[in-house]
Design a protein around this ligand. Structure first.
Ligand code: ARG
Length: 492
């Protein structure tokens, strides 16, 4: 048997069906680049520690560069994972006398955990950047619609007038928390398990801090059993992805209903729509519907991931191979969903007149009328609530006279005698006055929204800066590692 892994202990070869069942090659495409970086760092550390000599080091590095250039397709896909397939390719190139030394003091268990963390940290940075772009888009659509009236909803029933800006900032803030969570999780992802070997560390005189620094990690997953067996960082990140998708699905749902003839608040750009194969007139908001659906798929990935990890004994178990792809799938879906939402929001047409007209339908100003009555007359809010509730049962416009007649029945007094005027009633029933009055912090009043949007813009800028720092650190350590690789190759 020529299989470098199985030729010692094992005597029969798995058939194709077994290989398909056991191999992780398909999802290992995610960690091909990372695996080579990990190999670079480990090999250099082995040389620096005197575990391999300079010649072997540079030959291995050269071989790895060639594998990198040829790409994952050139690897033997009949191996059970990328790590062993890459090592066997290296041995093909530089011979076993040299290439067979690369895996000293290491196991695929610490290797795979390191590769996942390295790739995931870059993906998290990209996702945070995409989320910030979406937040920027929401900021600018909100800034253009500070005075765009719309009905606000509770129970999907018209509730009180608000503005589109107020509504969009609500979504923006939820996404802002998602970015904060990712930033926080990054500090637990960007730790190095490398050097834990199978689980018990190694008797070779390796230097874990050195590979940690070479790969741009901020620290170690110290305990070597914990390092190879824990996937809580995957659960944490996938839970965040699920939450992002839940947030996006709420927005997508609104885009779907807002596109109906019943709402007609918006029209999605044609590129995000589909049509019917039978009904020639149809314009369907498919991209938003799919996003809504994919939120369920990502929630499913989280469920698959946590149930795979449940009750696994220490330390490494092969089950973990089934855990990881759930996170990659969730990640890919979430990143594209963020981009789709950004595009839909950026290009949608907003029907401002219709939204404004609908902002008062369903007596949305009733709360303000009750509040006005309380402030003008001093009667308790609960009594005003009853009076306006009774008024809301009738059809047609509401005026002071009608208010007085209901109040007379309930209280035995006319509210006009207690300070309620036609002018105050008129203001209470005007949606713009409603919004202007709601100028507490976080409310929809125009000048409050303006300030709120400025605060959001500042926050996005600040977060973008923080993410740039993480990205620069990650990129510059990998660039430095590449430089070192070149230096070692040049020396030989
Ligand atoms: N493909 C494996 C995974 O994803 C790599 C580690 C394999 N380790 C082992 N002892 N078989 O977990």
């Amino acid at each position: 048997m020529s299989n470098i892994l199985r030729r010692g202990r094992l005597q029969s070869t798995p058939d194709e069906d077994i290989m398909k069942f056991t191999s992780s090659m398909k999802s290992d495409k995610w960690i091909f680049d990372a695996d080579i970086m990990v190999d670079f760092a480990h090999t250099i550390m082995l040389k620096e520690q005197g575990i391999i000599d300079e010649h072997d080091c540079s030959s291995i590095l050269k071989g790895l560069i060639r594998i990198r250039e040829e790409g994952i397709e050139q690897l033997d896909h009949s191996y059970e994972d990328i790590h062993i397939s890459l090592e066997s390719k290296l041995i093909d190139i530089v011979g076993e006398e040299v290439g067979g030394r690369m895996h000293s003091g290491r196991s695929r268990n610490d290797e795979v955990a390191t590769c996942i963390r390295l790739t995931l940290r870059e993906e998290m940075i990209a996702l945070m950047e995409e989320l910030n772009l979406l937040r920027r888009t929401l900021c600018s659509v909100a800034a253009d619609n500070i005075e765009t009236l719309m009905p606000g909803f509770t129970h999907l029933q018209h509730a009180q007038p608000t503005t589109l800006a107020h509504h969009l900032v609500a979504h923006m803030d939820a996404l802002g928390r998602d970015v904060e969570r990712l930033k926080d999780a990054y500090s637990r992802v960007n730790l190095s398990p490398l050097g834990a070997a199978a689980f018990a560390s190694t008797g070779f005189n390796i230097n874990r801090e050195r590979t940690m620094k070479l790969l741009g990690f901020d620290g170690l997953v110290e305990n070597s059993m914990d390092a190879v067996s824990s996937r809580d960082f995957l659960i944490e990140c996938t839970a965040m992805l699920a939450n992002i998708m839940i947030n996006l699905s709420k927005m997508a749902e609104e885009l779907v209903i807002w596109s109906t003839a019943e709402f007609a608040f918006i029209e999605l750009d044609d590129r995000y729509a589909s049509t019917s194969s039978i009904m020639p007139q149809k314009k369907n908001p498919d991209t938003a519907e799919l996003l809504r659906g994919k939120a369920g798929v990502v929630a499913g990935s989280l469920m698959a991931l946590i149930t795979t990890c449940k009750a696994l004994p220490l330390s490494y178990n092969r089950d973990l191979q089934e855990a990881t792809p759930n996170m990659w799938n969730a990640l890919e879906t979430t990143r594209s969903s963020v981009r789709m939402m950004d595009g839909m929001m950026r290009t949608m047409k907003i029907n401002r007149e219709i939204m404004a007209l609908k902002s008062v339908i369903g007596f949305t100003t009733a709360t303000e009328l009750a509040d006005t009555i309380v402030r003008a007359t001093g009667i308790p809010f609960r009594t005003a609530h009853q009076i306006v509730g009774i008024l809301s049962r009738r059809e047609g416009d509401i005026n002071l006279q009608q208010i007085d007649s209901v109040a007379d029945k309930i209280l035995g007094i006319k509210l006009s005698s207690k300070g309620l005027t036609e002018e105050l009633v008129g203001e209470a029933l005007d949606p713009i006055c409603n919004i202007k009055k709601r100028n507490v912090i976080g409310g929809p009043a125009f000048e409050e929204m303006e300030k709120a949007i400025i605060r959001r813009k500042d926050n996005i800028k600040h977060t973008e800066e923080e993410i740039r720092v993480l990205k620069n650190k990650s990129e510059s350590s990998l660039n430095m590692l590449m430089e070192l690789v070149k230096q070692y190759i040049a020396k030989a």
